[in-house]
Design a protein around this ligand. Structure first.
Ligand SMILES: CCCCCCCC(=O)CC(=O)SCCNC(=O)CCNC(=O)[C@H](O)C(C)(C)COP(=O)(O)OP(=O)(O)OC[C@H]1O[C@@H](n2cnc3c(N)ncnc32)[C@H](O)[C@@H]1OP(=O)(O)O
Ligand SMILES: NC(=O)C1=CN([C@@H]2O[C@H](COP(=O)(O)OP(=O)(O)OC[C@H]3O[C@@H](n4cnc5c(N)ncnc54)[C@H](O)[C@@H]3O)[C@@H](O)[C@H]2O)C=CC1
Length: 310
C-alpha cells in the first residue's frame, strides 16, 4: 500500500513561497514534466507546460487528467463533488505552449525537464536567460548531469539550482534540492519552500553525480544486471529477492525497465566517461545489447520482461 504525499500532508501555505512563486513554467512535457506540472497545479499555482512537440502536450494533458481523477478521488474519498471540483480546478490551472521563450516572460520559476543532453539543455537555458524576468529562478530536473555545468551558460547563476523529482511524480514523495556553487541562500531556501508547497519532502544535496538517490540506485541496478549477466540468478529471482528480502516496491530489473534501459545506459555511459576509474559505472554488455535491439523496457514493450504496448 503506497502512501500519497498529497494525502498525508497539508500543502504549505507559506506566505514567502505564495508571494515569491505564483507562476511556474515547466519545459518538457514528457513523463517527468507532465507530473511536475500536475503537482504544481494541485498546489494551486498557475502552470505553463511547454514542449516542442504538440502531440506530446496532448498526451500529457490526457495523462494528467487521468492521474488527477485518481488522486482527487483519494483526497476527497467521501465527497465525489469535491473530488470532481479539485480535479477540474487543478487541470484548468495548466496552460500549454510550444514556445519556451514566450512562456517564460512572466514566470517566477522555470523547471526544465527536457531530454538528458547537456548541449540541448544549454541551448534552451541560453534562450530562456534572455527572455525571463530578472527575478525568475531556473531549475533543472536532470537525473545525472552536473547543475554547475548546466548553469554555466546563464548569467543568473545565483538563481540556478536542481529540483530533482522522482517517477511517478504525483506519487513519489521526495524532492532533491541541489545547490550549485553559485546558488544563493535565498534561491536555495525559495526552492526548498516551493518543494514543500507542492507536497514533497525535500532533502538537499551538493552537486555530485546522481545526487543522493541516483548515486545509490544506478550502481545498485548496474550490479543487479551484472549478477544476471554472470548467470548467478534469473531476473525474476533477483526481483523477488529484493522485493521480499529488502522490501523494495519493485525489484531492480523491474525498476530498470520502468525507468527505461536507454536512460539507464545513458547515465552509465556519461558517468563512465567522466569517471573512468570507478568500476561501478563501467558499461554493461547485457544492457548495451538490449538497448541496441530496441528493448528499452516498459515504453518499448520489452526489456528484461515483456509488456503490453500502451
Ligand atoms: C537505473 C536508475 C536510473 C535512474 C534514472 C532516472 C530516474 C531518476 O532520476 C529518479 C527516479 O525517478 S528513480 C525511480 C523512482 N521510482 C521508484 O523507485 C518507483 C518504485 N515503484 C513504486 O514505488 C511503485 O511500484 C509504484 C508507485 C510505481 C506503483 O505502485 P504499486 O506497485 O503499488 O502499483 P499500482 O497498484 O499500479 O499503483 C498503486 C496506486 O497508485 C496509483 N498510481 C500509480 N501511478 C499513478 C499516477 N501517476 N497518478 C495517480 N495515481 C497513480 C495506481 O492507480 C494505484 O491506485 P489504486 O489502484 O487506487 O491502488
Ligand atoms: N524518466 C525518469 O524516471 C526521470 C527523468 N528525469 C530527468 O527529467 C528529464 C526529462 O526526462 P523524461 O520526462 O523522462 O523525458 P521524456 O523524453 O519523457 O520528455 C522529454 C520531453 O522534452 C521535450 N523536449 C526536448 N527538447 C526540448 C526543448 N528544447 N524545448 C521543449 N521541450 C523539449 C521532448 O519533446 C520530450 O517530450 C531528463 O533530464 C531526465 O534525466 C528525472 C527524474 C526521473
Amino acid at each position: 500500500m503506497i502512501q500519497f504525499g498529497i494525502i498525508s500532508r497539508k500543502f504549505s501555505s507559506s506566505s514567502t513561497v505564495q508571494s515569491a512563486i505564483k507562476n511556474v513554467t515547466i519545459i518538457g512535457g514528457g513523463l517527468m514534466g507532465s507530473g511536475i506540472a500536475q503537482v504544481t497545479a494541485q498546489a494551486g499555482q498557475d502552470v505553463t507546460l511547454v514542449d516542442v512537440n504538440s502531440d506530446v502536450l496532448a498526451k500529457s494533458q490526457k495523462s494528467i487528467s487521468n492521474s488527477l481523477i485518481k488522486i482527487s478521488k483519494k483526497i476527497h474519498k467521501d465527497n465525489p463533488q469535491e473530488a470532481e471540483k479539485f480535479a477540474k480546478e487543478a487541470f484548468a490551472r495548466i496552460k500549454t505552449s510550444t514556445d519556451p521563450v514566450s512562456a517564460v516572460k512572466e514566470t517566477d520559476l522555470v523547471i526544465e525537464a527536457i531530454v538528458e543532453n547537456l548541449e540541448v539543455k544549454h541551448s534552451l537555458f541560453q534562450k530562456l536567460d534572455n527572455a525571463a524576468p530578472a527575478h525568475t529562478i531556473f531549475a533543472s530536473n536532470t537525473s545525472s548531469l552536473s547543475i554547475n555545468e548546466i548553469a554555466s551558460v546563464v548569467k543568473r547563476k545565483d538563481k540556478f539550482g536542481g529540483l530533482h523529482f522522482f517517477n511517478p511524480v504525483p506519487i513519489m514523495r521526495l524532492l532533491e534540492v541541489v545547490r550549485g556553487m553559485d546558488t544563493t541562500d535565498i534561491t536555495f531556501s525559495t526552492m526548498m519552500e516551493w518543494g514543500k508547497s507542492v507536497g514533497k519532502t525535500c532533502v538537499s544535496c551538493k552537486d555530485t553525480p546522481g545526487f543522493i538517490v541516483n548515486r545509490l540506485l544506478v550502481p545498485y541496478i548496474a550490479e543487479a544486471i551484472r549478477l544476471l549477466e554472470r548467470g548467478d540468478a534469473s531476473a525474476r529471482d533477483i526481483d523477488i529477492a529484493m522485493k521480499l528480502g529488502a522490501a523494495y516496491p519493485m525489484g531492480p530489473m523491474e525498476l530498470a525497465d520502468y525507468v527505461g534501459l536507454d536512460t539507464t545506459k545513458f547515465i552509465l555511459d556519461g558517468w563512465s566517461k567522466k569517471y573512468p576509474d570507478q568500476p561501478l559505472f563501467r558499461p554493461i554488455p547485457t544492457l548495451n545489447k538490449l538497448v541496441a535491439e530496441g528493448k528499452l523496457g516498459v515504453k518499448s514493450g520489452e526489456g528484461f520482461y515483456k509488456y503490453e504496448k500502451k
